[in-house]
Design a protein around this ligand. Structure first.
Ligand SMILES: [Fe+2]
Ligand SMILES: [Fe+2]
Length: 225
């Protein structure tokens, strides 16, 4: 069994070889998901491990698809099914892993139904917040030419820079975006979206840390501290 997991890790490394972010994120999610799974009863740990390792396997494909039509959750589920079937995993395991991957997106419309899918969803979102969340947000901000901090009323920002003036609308002008805005429009709401008690507890603590960080950043930027 360990041999098959090692083979899957190799496949994931290959598929995500051009994206250090995605690869490192995958291995953090793997650890977080295992930790969350240990807090729950009646969880199939093998499904949790396989699903977390494979969940973003199609991420590079989605990012390089200029048509914007590739959905890495849907495509990743298809790829995972093929990989696991070839490695001889039983149908029941394959089916559940597929469901976990299909439903792991924050903005997707398919909802995690199995315990293992809920755990993957939670672990994936936890990795977007806390100190890791700040570090990731700034890496992305650097790549996209965002600003360090945007001192703007959040309702004004939503009205002016998000499509349809809605909090979940796409960003119109990325140069008018910044990680503190991402925090106000997205990260802050993550704890409410989680399923497992342990993840909610960790998420609240991670969000409190981010709040302190962005408040301190605001003061430094405005020359108040
Ligand atoms: Fe993903
Ligand atoms: Fe992910």
């Amino acid at each position: 069994m360990d041999e098959r997991i090692e083979r899957i890790k190799e496949i994931v490394r290959e598929k995500l070889s051009s994206s250090a972010h995605d690869l490192e994120h995958t291995f953090r999610v793997f650890k977080l998901a295992r930790m969350l799974a240990k807090e729950e009863e009646d969880v199939n740990m093998e499904v949790v491990e396989l699903a977390s390792l494979l969940h973003d396997i199609a991420r590079v494909r989605e990012d390089s698809d200029k048509t914007g039509e590739t959905n890495h959750a849907k495509l990743g589920a298809v790829w995972a099914e093929k990989i696991l079937t070839e490695l001889g995993y039983p149908d029941e395991i394959v089916k559940n892993v597929k469901h976990c991957i299909e439903t792991h997106r924050y903005r997707g419309d398919s909802i995690p139904k199995t315990k293992e899918a809920k755990i993957l969803f939670d672990a994936d979102k936890l990795d977007a917040i806390g100190a890791v969340g700040i570090a990731r947000a700034y890496m992305i901000a650097g790549e996209r030419g965002e600003r360090i901090y945007l001192d703007e009323d959040i309702n004004e920002y939503i009205k002016n820079n998000l499509v349809n003036g809605k909090i979940n609308g796409r960003i119109k002008d990325i140069s008018k975006h910044a990680p503190n805005i991402e925090f106000e429009t997205k990260f802050k709401y993550i704890p409410d979206r989680l399923f497992t008690e342990k993840a909610k507890e960790i998420a609240k603590e991670r969000i409190a840390f981010m709040e302190l960080f962005f408040e301190r950043l605001r003061k430094e930027i405005l020359g108040e501290q």
